[in-house]
Design a protein around this ligand. Structure first.
Ligand code: NI
Length: 226
């Protein structure tokens, strides 16, 4: 399931994040790529322990913690602190699948990358190229969202970022371990949740609502690992 989450950051917050990030010192993205991904990756990345990255990352996680679509779509259990990349001058990231497990810097905790997230920080008209292309069994999906919007997709997907031939593409990216590991189950839960919300709006007090809500929670009980 690919899910676009609008307005994770307000335009003001985007501006604030970009000002901080533009003054930071960036490093070659290949330093953090695995052995196979190394040759595919041509971009810049903020060093993982960079204070600006930590500060902007906290703002993003704080916004997400009260975002209903993120919570019901991802059912987050653990979220890796956001990382930041920068593509320009033909920079790209060829087809790859992300690592399965990430250590949380400064702790012994690990995050299984059930879900990959990209939060766009540049406006689409500021750069040419730089599309995120994600493959699934229905074909390939091209994503380029307004600044402050985010896309999440299964961590198991083959994906790439096409060359940025003009301007600069700034983004935050990170991974989420979900309470519900299987993508198709998360998709059904989101669909059920949306349907319940819509009935609750159009027919408040309808007798089926508590039972449907009960099924939702019972499915989570059945499928989640905590
Ligand atoms: Ni990736």
């Amino acid at each position: 399931m690919m899910l676009k989450i609008p307005d994770v950051l307000t335009p003001d917050q985007v501006r604030q994040c970009r000002e901080a990030l533009e003054q930071a010192e960036w490093a070659d993205g290949r330093l953090t790529a695995g052995y196979v991904a190394e040759s595919a990756k041509k971009n810049l990345q903020l060093p993982l322990d960079h204070p600006v990255g930590r500060q902007v990352g906290e703002l993003i996680l704080n916004q997400l913690s009260s975002n209903p679509l993120f919570i019901s779509g991802a059912l987050p259990q653990r979220v890796l602190p956001p990382r930041f990349n920068r593509y320009e001058g033909g920079g790209e990231y060829a087809d790859h699948i992300d690592n399965a497990i990430f250590g949380v810097p400064g702790s012994s905790q690990r995050v299984r990358s059930d879900i990959s997230a990209t939060l766009f920080l540049s406006h689409p008209d500021e750069y040419e190229g730089g599309e995120l292309v994600v493959q699934d069994s229905y074909g390939s999906h091209t994503v380029k969202l307004p600044a402050g919007h985010m896309v999440v997709y299964p961590g198991s997907s083959l994906h790439r970022v096409t060359p940025v031939t003009r301007g600069v593409r700034l983004a935050a990216f990170f991974w989420i371990q979900s309470l519900v590991r299987e993508d198709h189950r998360r998709a059904m839960l989101l669909e059920l949740d949306n349907a319940i919300q819509s009935v609750a709006k159009s027919h408040p007090g309808h007798g089926a609502l508590p039972r449907l809500t009960g099924v939702y929670h019972n499915l989570i009980r059945e499928w989640s690992d905590t």
